[in-house]
Design a protein around this ligand. Structure first.
Ligand SMILES: Nc1ncnc2c1ncn2[C@@H]1O[C@H](COP(=O)(O)OP(=O)(O)OP(=O)(O)O)[C@@H](O)[C@H]1O
Ligand SMILES: [Mg+2]
Length: 228
């Protein structure tokens, strides 16, 4: 059981932005996908989520070929995605935001349990929350759908590292509960620290795939991986 990318190629506009990328996201583990701006990280996540169909290769989730499935069907099959720049619905309350994805009260309560500090904000309009709190709601909302696999694209965007660090242990506990997490992050060091697998993409190709520790211990390896 895992989410497997086989030789995935994604084309947009002028040509391929992802070329022959293969790796696996395992249940209960965090795979960190890092790389410079424009490397193709979001395009790859969008191909997994069904926003864009790969021009070649396949994506298989627990033996189900999802390569050409609609976004909706992937989501029903257990895939959740937090898109880059994705926000809460500002005019809805925190509770209403969670109710958009939670199927039962128990699922909603479990999602709220991730961030006890949200309890007292439940009936507040989400727009009144701080940027960090809003991202808590975004993460809790994704978790409330009870996904098997969760894709997170740059949740730290616009957040100070210290605020983003509040999210990290929660992402870890989501993985510990059995969810396979793909973590795309600009703060590579923070993302690699909680990952069991690291993938670096540069110009649409995998330039490193292996233990995060090697990259953390070896600044030169990290630098050359980013250079492609
Ligand atoms: N909607 C689009 N139409 C055409 N080209 C696009 C589109 N979105 C992205 N691209 C191009 O695809 C390439 C990969 O972009 P992508 O957004 O996937 O990279 P990224 O690694 O997520 O970058 P960032 O770190 O800035 O989020 C870039 O060259 C970008 O200009
Ligand atoms: Mg991106």
């Amino acid at each position: 059981m895992s989410l497997v990318l086989n030789d995935v190629t994604v084309s947009r506009g002028v040509g391929p932005v992802i070329s022959n990328v293969s790796f696996e996201i395992k249940p209960g583990q965090i795979t960190s996908l890092v790389g410079p701006n424009g490397a193709g990280k979001t395009s790859l996540i969008e191909s997994i989520a069904g926003v864009i169909v790969p021009s070649a290769g396949s994506i298989v989730m627990d033996d189900l070929d999802i390569t050409k499935l609609s976004k909706r069907k992937r989501s029903r099959a257990g895939l959740a995605i937090v898109e880059q720049g994705r926000m809460i619905f500002p005019s809805l309350t925190v509770k209403e935001n969670l109710q958009l994805t939670a199927r039962t009260k128990a699922d909603l309560d479990e999602a709220l349990g991730l961030f006890p500090e949200l309890e007292k904000r439940l009936n507040n309009q989400s727009i009144l929350l701080s940027g960090g709190e809003q991202q808590m709601v975004v993460l809790a909302r994704a978790f409330a759908s009870k996904p098997k696999y969760l894709m997170l694209d740059e949740m730290s965007l616009g957040l100070a590292p210290v605020v983003f660090m509040r999210l990290l242990p929660v992402i870890e506990s989501i993985a510990k509960s059995g969810v396979g997490v793909l973590l795309v992050e600009q703060f590579a060091h923070l993302a690699l620290k909680i990952a069991s697998d690291a993938v670096v993409v540069t110009s649409g190709r995998v330039s490193y795939h292996g233990a995060p520790k090697n990259l953390l211990d070896d600044a030169e390896l990290l630098r050359t991986s980013y250079m492609g």
